[in-house]
Ligand binder design. Structure first.
Ligand code: F6R
Length: 608
């Protein structure tokens, strides 16, 4: 999704803006631009394509100035083009605006402005903002912005500069993320912390309907109606290197290797010294837990796949029916939500528009909402009743890896917590599971050593046009994740099938050499899976099996095999996903794909 950076201080704004935008590349974008105030003039450059194009153009024509805004755009209204790129300016180029979000009433506003004689040059919704600023401008930028914001409907994070007020930068936030960075003699705005982390660790997290007036040596935060807001500073305690590649070729590879630590960081604070689950932030009491009549588990993409595994755990141990749904479908159905419904939303970014809408619907219907998210201060985290943070650190690669595995362990702990409070699982059983959850981190390290074997498997399959993933029970949910990972970064068509469903249609697609990744880690379903593997082998499939290490006899049936250490069935996806992530990675590498930034995808999907 779009990324915003802004700077005000004594340094060369252009460099700082470009450096900040580079750190926001992970959000996905199709064009980039900056605008800088200098000598009572706004200079700007904006181009379709990668940041390198903008950088090249700035090398030929540097924009000087100490105040500026920058933007990476992910097209929604209007195709990716130079004209549709941000910043957008008013006629006469006195004011420049960068925007993340969608102005829902822009067509009405545009018509009104056209009637007043304005001529638009882009197809964007954003352009109405500088034109409205132009129309209402009274010399006082703050007042003018407040007037304009009161006319806007929809979501917006804004950065605004004015050639006639060159000593201020204005930031506004509603339903799109925006933070303020406080420096020494300089201040910043950004969509996300990594953009400014090399400059400052002191950050203010703007809430909805808040705005800030930044000068080089002051930050004033207020509601958009002008009411003053006292806000605590948030000290970022993770490292700038955490947001960079740290020696790996890609963020995705780095993030896969961070999984053991991410899991440890996520579970440790929630397990007490007696080995019992103790989730301090999830303070729903026993009475509430006992009265829960159902759980809705709602999320998108990879987070949804984690939710499916969570469903199995909660149903098994807490004995509550769990209804899972993808967030984009959930709110258009007729969900059965009441005050005894617990809604669990899972979102790495905490900004996914559909997930957020599902959360709001559940709250409207009086359900309690628990959010599992990786981003502190994200919208989901602020709006949910309870927040369980996955402490995975920033996930930069578009393809989610460490967020998924930390979501899995979070759901495992949460299911134990609910089960104990409801009295549906004995303490000793829960303790045994918690003990196994603790061992996952080490076992993932074992899985990460399979790199050579996986590279070899990637060599076997990377030219294929279709790859199938099959499994039963939790392995089917994992197959969905393996398939998604492969298709999103390698662009190979892939499908996940419940193995028992194959013969009801899809088996017709299995031919000589068709790769089938068969996951068979569920003890009680193992024999059934063997039959399904034989079915595809009989049609000539090239089968890669993923099984527990005690099942060595599989070597006689499949072409390649990856073993996972012995583990309880319910926890096996956390281990078995690692070879699937690595396989997707090495297949994509062989195909020369842009692994961290796959085509057409964005890291944070803040529109429906
Ligand atoms: C795939 C992937 C996506 C996200 C989905 C939800 O690798 O990352 O499928 O899982 O867009 O995003 P969040 O978790 O941020 O709500």
């Amino acid at each position: 999704m779009c990324g915003i950076v802004g700077y005000i201080g004594n340094k060369d704004a252009t460099n700082i803006l470009i450096e900040g935008l580079e750190k926001l590349e992970y959000r996905g974008y199709d064009s980039a631009g900056i605008a800088v105030v200098n000598n009572h003039k706004i200079n700007f450059a904006k181009h379709k394509g990668r940041l390198s194009i903008l950088r090249d153009s700035l090398e030929k024509n540097n924009l000087e100035g100490n105040v500026g805004i920058g933007h990476t755009r992910w097209a929604t209204h209007g195709e990716p083009s130079d004209l549709n790129s941000h910043p957008h300016l008013n006629p006469g180029n006195a004011l420049a605006v960068v925007h993340n979000g969608i102005i829902e009433n822009y067509l009405i506003l545009k018509e009104e402005l056209i009637e007043k004689g304005y001529e638009f040059v882009s197809d964007t919704d954003t352009e109405v903002i500088p034109y409205l600023l132009d129309y209402y401008y009274n010399g006082n930028l703050l007042e003018t912005v407040q007037t304009v914001v009161s006319k806007l409907e929809g979501s917006y994070a804004l950065g605004i500069i004015d050639k006639n007020n060159p000593d201020i930068l204005i930031a506004v936030r509603k339903d799109s993320p925006l933070i303020i960075g406080a420096g020494e003699g300089e201040n910043f705005i950004a969509s996300d912390i990594p953009a400014i982390l090399s400059r400052t660790r002191k950050v203010y997290l703007l809430e909805n309907d808040e705005m800030a007036v930044l000068k080089k040596d002051s930050i004033e935060i207020m509601k958009t109606d002008g009411t003053k807001v006292d806000k605590e500073i948030y000290n970022v305690d993770w490292d700038v290197e955490a947001a960079e590649k740290g020696g790996y070729d890609h963020f995705m590879l780095k993030e896969m290797h961070e999984q053991p630590k991410a899991i440890k960081d996520t579970i440790s604070p929630r397990i007490d010294k007696n080995g019992k689950v103790n989730i301090k932030e999830f303070s729903l009491n026993e009475e509430y837990m006992k009265n829960i009549n159902k759980v809705y588990m709602v999320a998108c993409g990879t987070a949804y796949h984690a939710g499916l595994v969570g469903k199995a755990l909660i149903e098994k141990y807490a004995k509550i029916p769990v209804i899972t749904d993808v967030a984009s479908e959930f709110r258009y159905g007729n969900p059965f939500i009441d005050k005894n419904t617990l809604m669990i939303v899972v979102s790495q970014s905490g900004e996914t528009a559909d997930t957020l809408a599902a959360l709001r619907l559940a709250k409207e219907k009086k359900a309690k909402v628990l959010a599992i998210t990786n981003v502190v201060g994200s919208t989901v985290s602020r709006e949910a009743d309870y927040v369980f943070y996955t402490w995975a650190g920033p996930e930069i690669a578009v393809a989610s890896t460490k967020a998924y595995t930390t979501q899995l362990v979070s759901l495992a702990l949460i299911s134990m917590d609910i089960a104990i409070k409801r009295g549906t699982t004995e303490g000793t059983i829960a303790k045994g599971i918690v003990e196994e959850i603790r061992e996952l981190s080490e076992k993932i390290n074992v899985m990460l050593k399979y790199i050579d074997e996986i590279k070899n498997m990637a060599d076997n399959i990377y030219k294929s046009e279709d790859i199938f993933f099959i499994g039963r029970g939790l392995d089917y949910y994992l197959a969905m994740e393996g398939s998604l990972k492969l298709k999103e970064i390698s662009y190979i068509h892939s499908e996940a099938m419940a193995a028992g469903e194959l013969k009801h249609g899809t088996l017709a697609l299995i031919d000589r050499g068709t790769p089938v990744i068969a996951i068979a880690t569920q003890d009680k379903l193992y024999d059934k899976m063997l039959s399904n593997i034989k079915e595809v082998k009989a049609r000539g499939a090239f089968v890669i099996g993923v099984v527990k290490e005690s099942n060595k006899e599989i070597e006689k049936i499949v072409d390649k095999v990856v073993y996972i250490p012995e583990v309880k069935d319910e926890l096996s996806p956390t281990l078995a996903v690692v070879p699937l992530q690595l396989l997707a990675y090495y297949v994509a590498l062989k195909r020369n794909c842009d692994i961290d930034k796959p085509r057409n995808l964005a890291k944070s999907v803040t529109v429906e």
